[in-house]
Each structure stands twice: as C-alpha cells, then as structure tokens.
Design a binder for this molecule. Sequence first.
Ligand code: NAP
Length: 309
Amino acid sequence: MSDPIQLGLVGLGTIARNQHLPALEEVPELRLAAIASRNATLDDLPSYHDIDAMLAGEAGLGAISLCTPPQGRFAQAVAAIRAGRHVMLEKPPGTGVSEVQALARLAEEKGVTLFATWHSREAAAVELARALLSDVAIRRVEITWKEDVRHWHPGQEWIWEPGGLGVFDPGINALSVLTRILRDPVRLERAELEIPSNKQAPIAAQLAMETASGAPIAAEFDWRQTGPQTWDIRVETEGPEVLLREGGARLYVDGQERIAAEDREYRRLYARFAELIGAGRSDVDLAPLQLVADAFLLGAQRAVEPFHE
Ligand code: NAP
C-alpha cells in the first residue's frame, strides 16, 4: 500500500472529538498529521491557530477536513483548495447553495477533490432501504425528526445565527437520507418555520414536499423534544412498508426488523474521501441543501416563544 495521505483537521469541537478523531484512527489510507484550532491542542501533533498557519507550516499535508460550523467554512475551503489540498466538508456543506457551487468550480479548476459529506447517508440501513425502494411505486413518505436541542447543542450559538440553519442542522440529515433512498427528485411545495422571537433560525419546521411522480412527503422537524428522541423515515409503497429508525441505523420492512448495526458513518466517510482522492474525483450533491434553501425561500415564518438554554 502507498503511504497514507497526511490530513490536517480544522475545528476541534464536538463532532471532531466524538467522530472524526476516532474514525481517522481506523482508516489506514489517511493519517492525521496536524490540527488547526483557536482553543485546543492535541498531544504529539503539530497544532496551529488557524488554517492559514497550518497550510504555511505543513507542506506535506495532502488533505484538509473542515469540522467547523458552516459560517466561515467557505473561506477555509477556498484557502485549502487554492493551496492545492483535497477538502472534505462537514454537513451542511455551506451556508448557501451558491457558495458550495463556487467551491466545486474552484476544486475542479485546481484539480483537487472536494467531498461534501452527508454522514447520515452512511448509516447502516440506508443503502438497503434504497435498494428495496428502487423498483416499487412510492405512495407516501413521512419524516419525523425530533430531538432536544439543549442536549445535543449546548452552548452552540452559531446554530441560531444566519447560516446556522436552526432545526435544519439535524433536519438536513433527514433530507440527505430522503434524497438518497428515493430515486425520484424531490420538490418542496410548502414550509412553515417556527422561529423563537429572540433567535434568527427556526426551532421547528414542517415541510410538504412531493416526488416527481406525485407522492406526498411530509416532514416534521422539532428541536423541543425531551425524553425519547425520534429520527424516523417511513415510506409507504405499493409493495412493503420501509421504515428507517434512529437516523438510518435500523431498518424495518413491514414491521420486521431487518438491520440494526453499529455506527460506522465517519469511518465510511473517510474511506470514501481517500477513494475519491485516489480516483481524482469530487462528490458534491447539493440536493439536501437545496431543499433547505427552498424552505427558507418559501417558508411561512411564525414567531414562537423565546428560547433560553
Ligand atoms: P462545535 O461543537 O461548536 O465545534 C465547532 C468547532 O469549530 C469549535 O469548537 C471551534 O473549534 C471551531 N470554530 C471555528 N470558528 C468558529 C466559530 N465562529 N464559532 C464556533 N466554533 C468555531 O460544533 P459541532 O457540533 O462540532 O459542529 C461542527 C459541524 O459539524 C457543523 O456543521 C455540524 O452540523 C456538523 N455536525 C455536528 C454533529 C454533532 O452532533 N455535534 C453531528 C454531525 C455533524 P476550535 O476551538 O478548535 O477552533
């Protein structure tokens, strides 16, 4: 096997520590070689304050993984691509559709790989659900994505700011799975966004969508759910009913459990990143972000009670 690609990671927050660092230890094609963090260092690894210092100090880096919030990631990605590095983006790939299109163009011009990741698509049951749905007519889809923002995002101000997406930060994961398991393109028809009166982003949203062949899709996203958390996608078809639970980790077909597997999402993302680099290709699918952008364009806004942590 050839030498591993040296990777620099930017932004040592929740997802970097919980998922990226352990996943990188299990993907031999990549080696974590440096980090850029405003606040943290890691033992035995060169640490830089920001990506520019890291790019200047680490000539051997072949790839960069951006684990920062979406706001500000565009400038980091541009710096990395201009410096000739392959780039992997956390979801959502940007604060808007046009900036990710600009990144994809720049990556192509520079001949580097751009990988806009959707970690939920790597959940254990997603590909089987897609296969099961490949040749049956879809009647109806119902998405229920309800979680407790205080539990999952303590102290994260960026999620409430423009570009932070509010409840679409988790909701876009559901849309990434939806647009993977259905072969038909999805169109947004209507949306309602519930926005706390002291915030700039929704705490809940209801979407009405439709497949190209006319099957309705209803999605309910809510960040106010305490107790059991719900990340379900139920697809009624002319054949079996396909139900994904726990964000795609579990699959039920006509009520019978078919898959319940451990989480390997980030290991699969990094393995795919290495594969894309090897093949000289990019992977930038904007369908989930486009639906969110459409919900912000089209959505009726309703002010709801202020949110306090
Ligand atoms: P986070 O805990 O707030 O961490 C983000 C890190 O980025 C910070 O710790 C900080 O690291 C760095 N950063 C740079 N500029 C920043 C700024 N202006 N404001 C805040 N942090 C800044 O966020 P996260 O939950 O890891 O989320 C990061 C990305 O991963 C988001 O796009 C999110 O949607 C995605 N994601 C999160 C989860 C999750 O469960 N949390 C799951 C999947 C995907 P330094 O102090 O090291 O500079």
